[in-house]
Design a protein around this ligand. Structure first.
Ligand SMILES: [Fe+2]
Length: 197
């Protein structure tokens, strides 16, 4: 696949799924359908993504590339690459997100929050579900849903992430310490790379 063909495919799917969510809203039904579409895109562009986007550098665990976003950063599509050993504490996002694997297994731990969120710094969360996000098995999270991730196995993970808010705009994300029943503001993590391709 040539770069211009891959880019056209990505931009076409990006416009379709963004417009669908704009028109129909980020309901669970719509997010599930969008995640499935993202999964289809991931399998189609896999060979090109591997050629065009370098994996994380030596000693690094993650690199995030911007593939598309609108002018207001209300919708954004990323390629996220992570090396084995990468994992996160439980955290939320201010936006819904659809995640599809291009390659590899990202284990997702999904949590319920049991308290009402009214006491600052306090949070009582409980593990609800574990999902292995692999090619053919995408996942979506609604806004505010809590997850933790872990790259299992020896293979790097490459994923497409589609958010209803660019990660740089997500200033009120929370991270959680389940054992201590605490929560605190979480930063954006690695800086997003914008790459001309
Ligand atoms: Fe996350």
């Amino acid at each position: 696949m040539r770069g211009d063909e891959a880019n056209a495919l990505i931009q076409g799917v990006w416009s379709t799924i963004r417009d669908r969510i704009k028109q129909q809203g980020p309901t669970r039904t719509v997010l599930a359908a969008v995640a499935k579409e993202l999964d289809g895109l991931a399998s189609q562009v896999k060979p090109w993504l591997e050629q065009a986007y370098p994996p994380p550098g030596d000693g690094e665990k993650q690199v995030r590339y911007l593939l598309a976003q609108d002018d207001q950063q209300d919708y954004a599509l990323y390629l996220n690459a992570m090396n084995p050993g990468k994992k996160s504490h439980p955290h939320d996002h201010e936006s819904w997100v659809c995640i599809a694997s291009v390659q590899g297994n990202e284990r997702n731990y999904l949590y319920d929050r049991l308290d009402d969120g009214q006491q600052e710094g306090y949070a009582d969360i409980r593990l609800r579900e574990t999902i292995d996000v692999v090619p053919g098995w995408p996942v979506f999270l609604e806004a505010g849903e809590i997850h933790a991730i872990e790259v299992t196995g020896d293979e790097p993970v490459w994923q497409l992430h589609f958010y209803g808010m660019a990660v740089e705009k997500q200033s009120r994300r929370l991270a959680f310490d389940m054992a201590a029943k605490k929560c605190f503001l979480k930063g954006v993590g690695v800086a997003t790379v914008t790459k001309a391709s």
